[in-house]
Design a protein around this ligand. Sequence first.
Ligand code: NAD
Length: 346
Amino acid sequence: MESYRVMPAGTHEILVGSGIAFRLPELLAAGSRPVGAPGRIALLTDRTVAGLYLARCQKAFADAGLDVRPIAIDGQENGKTLDAVRSVFEQMEDMSFGDSDRLVALGGGVVCDVAGFAAAGYRGGCPHVILPTTLLSMVDSSMGGRCQLNFRGHKNLLSLPSAPALAVVDPSFLQTLPKRHLAAAMSEIAKFALLDDPSLLDLLEKVPFPAEEVIVRALAARARLLGAASGVPHEDSPLSLGHAVGHSIESHFRFLRFLHGEAVALGLLAVCSSPGLRDLFGRLGLPVQLDGVTAETLVRRILRDYPGHAGTLRMVLLDRPGSYRVETVAAPQAEGFLSALLARIL
Ligand SMILES: NC(=O)c1ccc[n+]([C@@H]2O[C@H](COP(=O)([O-])OP(=O)(O)OC[C@H]3O[C@@H](n4cnc5c(N)ncnc54)[C@H](O)[C@@H]3O)[C@@H](O)[C@H]2O)c1
């Protein structure tokens, strides 16, 4: 019997199970998937994850007869840039990366985004596989959709469609993930729960944390939301809930003060009416109040980074769990509208 769950993600399958990451060669070769038995593996990771898991991955792949070429990037949020992608292109070129070779991303959302860009761009596109190692990348990056880079200090300004060939989600990686990063992922999971599956919120504080169950339910919710968002502009997608505000906070502090998920937590508190959400985030160790920046500064940044048609702002709001809507605000009212939302967290 297979020891993993298979989640459909539109373009690819997501396999979820403890310990399955190190069975990647066998999973790639299993005929039903579009990946195929690879020639060589370019294993893209960051320095922290490399220190923890590279040797074990290399051994597992080498034992299966695979030639693994590691590519390490810095992996910090402020390094999620075109420079990182350029360095991956250079190393793919150095190894004469060919049609039968596969790019595998082993890491968090930063590594997965850089890998998505590299895979989309290298010689017109090459298949890539996601091996996420943070809770956030397990529930979010594994599904693909878009990959994004920061540009000139603006969060996720560059964006391309991303369609991994396969994602292999192994919750056992979470054993080494620092608590702060585990907590940061709870905001995105709470977003899926608020939009699609409110009872998932009850699992976030459970001890011990039921990682696999949360991941599977979060992925199922995200898949439904992605389906609902198909064909609609990004700002109208329910998945963008809280992100314009969150991104403005992340960028304002140059990606140094808040983790992505922490900034999203503040963004959600600004745009959601959900009793108990602030207390839940507080208990989870997420920020619930913001200082060190004015509403005016954040409003300017949001309007610059999310220029609607003719200055019209469109934003997803949640009136109560399970019920969201897209608000359209004419240009003259946009500043006042955003300031009122930000007053909830400032
Ligand atoms: N394209 C998408 O669909 C998508 C979705 C969600 C988030 N993102 C992006 O992902 C990024 C955030 O990702 P993240 O939260 O995974 O953070 P991250 O990639 O920055 O990783 C966080 C830190 O944890 C370390 N780490 C990773 N796995 C570890 C492990 N198992 N044990 C110990 N340390 C580990 C990393 O080295 C890094 O220092 C943001 O840039 C966000 O915009 C993209």
